[in-house]
Design a protein around this ligand. Structure first.
Ligand code: UGA
Length: 450
């Protein structure tokens, strides 16, 4: 099948590359010229394990262009829109890029063309209907269907999530459009593609569900899923605080709860909270949608509040142990919003750096791959020092904060760490270190609810 993907960000690139890997011919449209030339040379400019490998394997079936290629577009049965929908100041999703993408696509489509336009960008409920109404009248001589096809990929696991999804959701008004989406995804639905070598885990899972809904329901599936995952984390974080008060261990509680198949073990890891480019933006946008429609959605508001409070609690915990933070030196290990990504957008770690600096601390921060992005958000100064080498970040500090659970941290030589820090004090904001081993080495260890 010939497919055009508009947008060469995380979602567009992963979708385009994976669809070409499973056998389709894909044209990816990316406006940014610097990004485009890098892509043409095989450089993705994003850190996404395995994606460059798939790009090399399917290079002959992928083309890149910096604007919609008329010929390729008119030869495409499927046009996927995967442009960004960043948050506006009021929390609502900004649809400027989406409208621009639609205008460009519609103006390039020849008459009598038959195609399906799938919106993969995360958009508020009703957007598909609104676009169908706005642009549909311009397309009376075309047979173009608009469907909603949300994505559920996680950064750092985007290839796996695209090739081995739990479900593919299609919100459509027309049976032919559903048929076309089913055909496009058929290698993934039937798992008939060659397994990439780098994927080793999780391949035995059941084949994905193919769920057909209305466009509105599909749009809401996306927000409701992300908000639910966010509130699941906030829930365990609040239970973690209760664990500290009553002397229970949140890891045991999470295991005891999560082994109930109705609850599930995933997203019950307590810590300094959720961040990234999706949960904060999507919870805000969902709250805005609920406000516009007079629906309260108090549970999502509570999840957001808990997510903020947990950082306050963590900083207060550091303060109550170390005393006034003015002039104290603090090592921050991990700056990305989670491991396996260099993305620092709305990262809880970056938020903590900010809060610590406001309290007068001197932060020595490190991360395996996110330093460059961190520098762009919080420039290096006499208050924030970035170190490539984790042991340099640890030298002479009054305490160590684990803010992202990179596997590197549990492999540190803690004998050496104990010799170079000023105080053997560790706050594990991701509950990823071995408390007993550290206490055995003479560290004071403080996790979250542990
Ligand atoms: C999330 C969803 O998981 C994807 O399904 C969705 O497609 C994506 O947003 C999106 O909307 O594009 P992502 O933001 O990449 O994916 O990251 P997650 O792995 O979901 O983690 C989000 C945050 O929750 C991170 O800060 C992570 O550290 C935190 N988290 C996660 C916890 O604090 N505890 C957990 O148990 C799990």
């Amino acid at each position: 099948m010939n497919i055009t993907v508009i947008g060469g960000g995380y979602v567009g690139l992963t979708t385009g590359i994976c669809l070409s890997y499973v056998g389709h011919d894909v044209n990816i449209v990316e406006k940014d010229l610097a990004k485009l030339s890098a892509l043409e040379l095989g450089n993705l400019l994003i850190y996404e394990p395995g994606l460059d490998n798939l790009l090399q394997k399917s290079r002959s079936r992928i083309t890149f262009s910096n604007k919609v290629n008329r010929n390729l577009l008119n030869g495409s049965e499927l046009i996927v829109i995967a442009v960004g929908t960043p948050p506006k100041d009021d929390g609502d999703a900004d649809l400027t890029f989406l409208h621009a993408a639609f205008e460009e696509v519609i103006s390039c489509l020849d008459e009598d063309v038959q195609a399906v336009v799938a919106i993969k960008s995360t958009v508020p409920v009703g957007t598909n209907d609104m676009l169908a109404e706005k642009f549909g009248s311009m397309l009376l001589s075309h047979r173009v269907q608009f469907v909603s096809n949300p994505e559920f990929l996680r950064e750092g696991h985007a290839v796996y999530d695209t090739l081995y999804p739990d479900r593919i959701v299609v919100g459509a008004r027309d049976r032919d459009a559903v048929g076309l989406l089913r055909e496009a995804y058929s290698p993934i639905l039937q798992r008939s593609f060659v397994k990439p070598d780098f994927i080793t885990d999780g391949i035995e899972k059941d084949l994905p569900y193919f769920i057909v809904t209305t466009p509105k329901s599909a749009e809401l599936v996306k927000y409701a899923s992300n908000a639910f995952l966010a509130l699941k984390i906030s829930y365990i974080n609040e239970i973690a605080l209760l664990c500290e008060k009553v002397g229970a261990n949140v890891e045991d509680v999470a295991l005891g709860m999560g082994t109930d198949s109705r609850i599930g073990r995933s997203f019950l890891n307590a810590g300094i909270g959720w961040g990234g480019s999706c949960f904060p933006k999507d919870t805000s946008a969902l709250i805005r949608t609920s406000e516009k429609h007079g629906s309260e959605l108090s549970i999502v508001r509570a999840a957001v509040k808990v997510n903020d409070n947990i950082k306050d609690y963590f900083v207060k915990n550091v303060e109550s142990t170390l005393g006034d933070l003015q002039g104290k030196s603090v090592a921050v290990l991990g700056l990305s919003f989670k491991p396996d990504t260099d993305d620092v957008r709305d990262s809880p770690a970056m938020e903590l750096v900010d809060r610590l600096v406001k309290k007068g601390a001197i932060v020595k921060a490190t991360d395996p791959i996110a330093l460059e992005n961190a520098r762009k958000v919080v420039p290096e100064s006499d208050k924030v020092i970035y170190e490539e080498d984790v042991y340099k970040a640890l030298e002479g500090v009054d305490c160590v904060l684990i803010t992202t659970e990179w596997p590197q941290w549990s492999k540190l030589d803690f004998d050496r760490v104990g010799r170079i820090v000023r105080q053997k004090l560790i706050f594990d904001g991701r509950n990823c270190l071995d408390k007993e081993v550290l206490e055995g080495l003479g560290f004071i260890y403080k996790g979250v609810g542990r």
